[in-house]
Design a protein around this ligand. Structure first.
Ligand SMILES: *Cc1c(COP(=O)(O)O)cnc(C)c1O
Length: 348
């Protein structure tokens, strides 16, 4: 009895359409790095292509090469840049690099002037050329100038406006070249942040781009796990490693076949939530590698059957609510999903 991971590609499409409307008139790309945030880059990219998405971002060139055959005339950009590969490895496959540093800019410029993005760092201090190093880009004709915000998930943070001001000053040095700044969160901050190309990732997958605000996106994933065994505890008995849950007496505990090897990590210890036929249930004790233990005492006895599935996330348990209960971000949770699920893609 495997746990199920159901992925609703119609919801991915609906999320893309919402982001595209909000970003308009900017073009809306799709960020499918990290195997589509752990949810499946290939089926997701294909569905986005069907919806009209023609610009994709991957992390490395390997991810881009895997997707390339499925995306016909779309442009695939690689966020990590050349990363040791040769310029011809990119151009021969119609894959384009995001150029982040001086050495690779020179290497690319020897090969061709265009078909690339120039990434300027405006305060993230991760990748990208510092604003005072623009001398390295002479002769380069990038498709877009881009930058990335450090605090997009907090729209009111002053750092967003500071980074935007630095970005605007840089753009004045590149008249006529299109620009790209917004990831999912900043698409909702208004058109001032969208420029010519928006680069949403997490929102496509239903993740809430904001901390502490309602989720504007539709849930994409649903996880159901089977009940393997049910027991009744006497007062003072404990559950699981570390004995962190102690019974008051009479609790019904259901052991589910899913655990941290599947992505339900320590943040869910004593914090996970789930639903069984309309009844909310709570995780009791620590998460194990292959099992979760749920207190199902509030469910009518005739519902408690081995082989029944409890929904842990999605459907009746909003993804945002389940992840907030465990204080884990959708980025971490989605990319940590394991490979043992029976994955089912829903699409019309
Ligand atoms: C991951 C990433 C994105 C997408 O960010 P989300 O918050 O997932 O929408 C956009 N741009 C860059 C440079 C990224 O690394």
């Amino acid at each position: 009895m495997q746990p199920r991971l159901i992925i609703d590609l119609n919801a991915v499409a609906a999320n893309y359409r919402l982001l595209r409307v909000k970003a308009g008139p900017a073009i809306c790309a799709g960020v499918v790095k990290g195997d589509g945030y752990g949810i499946g880059a290939e089926p997701i990219a294909k569905r986005l292509y069907q919806e009209g998405c023609r610009i994709f971002f991957t992390a490395g060139i390997d991810e881009a090469l895997t997707l390339r055959p499925h995306l016909r005339d779309a442009i695939v950009y690689v966020l990590a840049g050349l990363c040791g590969a040769k310029p011809v490895d990119f151009s021969a496959q119609s894959i384009r690099p995001v150029l982040n540093e001086a050495g690779e800019i020179r290497e690319w410029a020897k090969h061709e002037a265009g078909n690339c993005i120039l990434h300027i760092d405006t305060g993230m201090n991760r990748l990208g050329l510092p604003p005072d190093a623009l001398k390295y880009v002479e002769g380069l004709k990038p498709d877009f100038i881009m930058s990335h915000l450090a605090n997009g998930e907090r729209p009111d943070d002053a750092k967003n406006a500071e980074q935007k001001a630095v970005f605007d000053a840089i753009l004045r040095e590149f008249p006529g070249i299109p620009a790209s700044l917004a990831a999912t969160a900043s698409i909702f901050m208004g058109q001032g942040y969208c420029y010519d190309l928006a680069r949403p990732g997490i929102g496509l997958y239903g993740g809430n781009p904001f901390t502490g605000r309602p989720n504007p996106m539709q849930d994409v994933i649903r996880i159901d796990a089977p009940i393997l065994q049910i027991r009744t505890l006497a007062k003072g008995e404990t559950v699981g490693y570390g004995a962190t849950f102690t019974a008051g007496g009479g609790e019904r505990i259901a052991t589910l076949g899913v655990g941290y090897a599947d992505g339900f990590g320590r943040p869910f210890d004593n914090c996970g939530i789930g639903e069984l036929d309309g009844y909310r249930v709570r995780l009791a004790g620590r998460v194990s590698m292959d099992y979760l233990t749920f207190d199902v005492s509030n469910c009518p006895e005739n519902m408690l059957r081995i082989g029944k599935f409890i929904t842990l996330l999605g459907g009746p348990v909003p993804v945002d609510e389940a992840l907030n209960a465990a204080k884990i971000s959708p980025y971490h949770f989605f990319t940590g999903l394991g490979r043992r699920f029976n994955r089912q893609y829903i699409s019309d």
